[in-house]
Write a protein that binds this ligand. Structure first.
Ligand code: GAL
Length: 403
């Protein structure tokens, strides 16, 4: 076994400790400390390679738990950049966010805190004022403009989750600072491409139906909320971004009261919507979308809609991004209890590992609503079963072993 950073830390501690005198009890404690340290070395580090340990504290280079959640990773010039919700530590009492955080890494194990890429703006006339919610931020690089573009779910100060907006920010530098451009509800005044003519004409109103009833659900599936929000723009809550192989980017979000996903095409500079959008899995109540492409097919992990509480994960497949998506069921291959809660996590992103042929990582959040900064990262390898993606629980595993 090679000595890695953690082993060196272990030996430095040893020297310091032995300068002092000990009681019998101290000696016993030290003995158990050494045994535990050696066991964890043997378990988690092979040939100097560290394991991914889903659900544990994941310290950055300064020893603090990585505080970016609901995030995504962008690979740029040999480095991975992990963006996510920077949640205030519990000691701050105020649970509002203070922005989008960023960490960088060359090997996906050791992460350096790059600080805050986008900050809330201390001005009560600004929609990005403190107390607003910034969730699930994602950053993509635009090859044509050379700019980094960030979109995030944005809720307004004091309005709970009612605003259901998305916001865009831009930067010349990957780590920021990002300039906040605007917040909006997408696709105002346009119908989805795959929206039948009869849905457009229906005169059924929300007030005619009991919210949550079977009739309401049927009506939502048949475009009730799309019609309601036609003029002002469609709701946008949990979101992600996806760049297709032709360079076209899509903003994918939970819309229609979280009942239907919308796949909205972005303009060439990725800073706006073109007005071309598709309804996906109407009425199926999906959120936390995380997409990837493999061998010509498109896959999407999602969750159901139970807030911070985990629920059974889902995965769907499509031949093309704007095509018909087919649900493949729950991707989890654990015990019934584990499958019911997606190993106690909610999807946020799928990362393709650079330099490997077929290595994808499911990234999820194990939310801790009492202390969101302490939410844990659930990274698991995407495996394949009869050509469909599945995930299994590993308390530790090695990215280096992926093919
Ligand atoms: C979840 C969503 C999270 C967060 C949470 C708040 O459904 O995926 O991003 O918005 O609700 O309750």
């Amino acid at each position: 076994m090679k000595i890695n950073i953690r082993s060196s830390f272990f030996f430095t501690q040893q020297k310091v400790i032995f300068k002092n005198k000990f009681t019998k009890a101290d000696m016993k404690n030290i003995f158990f400390f050494f045994i535990t340290a050696i066991i964890s070395q043997l378990t988690f580090s092979q040939n100097g390679i560290n394991a991914i340990k889903p659900g544990e504290i994941w310290p950055d280079t300064e020893g603090n738990h990585i505080n970016v959640h609901g995030g995504g990773i962008l690979f740029y010039k040999g480095t991975y950049y992990w963006f996510g919700e920077k949640r205030l530590p519990l000691s701050e009492k105020d649970k509002s966010l203070y922005g989008v955080g960023c960490y960088s890494s060359q090997d996906l194990h050791v992460w350096k805190n790059e600080g805050i890429s986008l900050r809330v703006i201390n001005d009560t006339s600004n929609l990005l004022q403190p107390g607003c919610l910034i969730e699930r931020p994602k950053v993509i690089y635009n090859k044509k403009t050379g700019k980094f573009v960030m979109w995030f779910h944005h809720e307004l100060n004091g309005q709970g989750y009612n605003a259901a907006m998305t916001s865009v920010a831009v930067s010349d530098n990957i780590t920021g600072p990002y300039k906040y451009l605007r917040s909006l509800r997408p696709d105002a005044g346009v119908w989805p491409v795959n929206f039948p003519e009869e849905y457009r004409k229906s005169s059924l109103k929300e007030s005619d139906l009991k919210r949550g009833s079977e009739d309401w659900k049927k009506a939502v599936k048949e475009g009730l909320i799309v019609r309601r929000d036609f003029a002002g723009g469609q709701m946008s809550r949990d979101m992600t971004l996806f760049i297709d192989k032709d360079g076209k980017a899509y903003h994918i979000h939970s819309s229609e009261e979280n009942m239907t996903l919308h796949f909205s095409e972005l303009t060439d500079d990725y800073l706006d919507f073109t007005g071309i959008y598709y309804r996906v899995l109407p009425g199926d109540s999906n959120e936390a979308p995380a997409l990837f492409r493999r061998k010509g097919k498109y896959y999407m992990f999602t969750s159901g809609t139970t807030g911070w509480k985990p629920n059974p994960g889902r995965v769907s497949v499509s031949e093309k991004i704007s095509g018909k998506w087919t649900p493949l069921g729950n991707p989890c291959r654990g015990t019934d209890n584990e499958n019911k809660v997606t190993f106690n996590s909610q999807s946020t992103n799928v990362l393709q590992v650079e330099g490997k042929k077929d290595a994808f990582i499911f990234m999820g959040d194990r939310w801790n609503p009492e202390n969101l900064a302490d939410s844990r990262h659930i990274w698991l390898p995407v495996e394949w079963e009869n050509g469909n993606p599945v995930i299994r629980w590993y308390s530790f595993w090695y990215i280096e072993k992926l093919k």
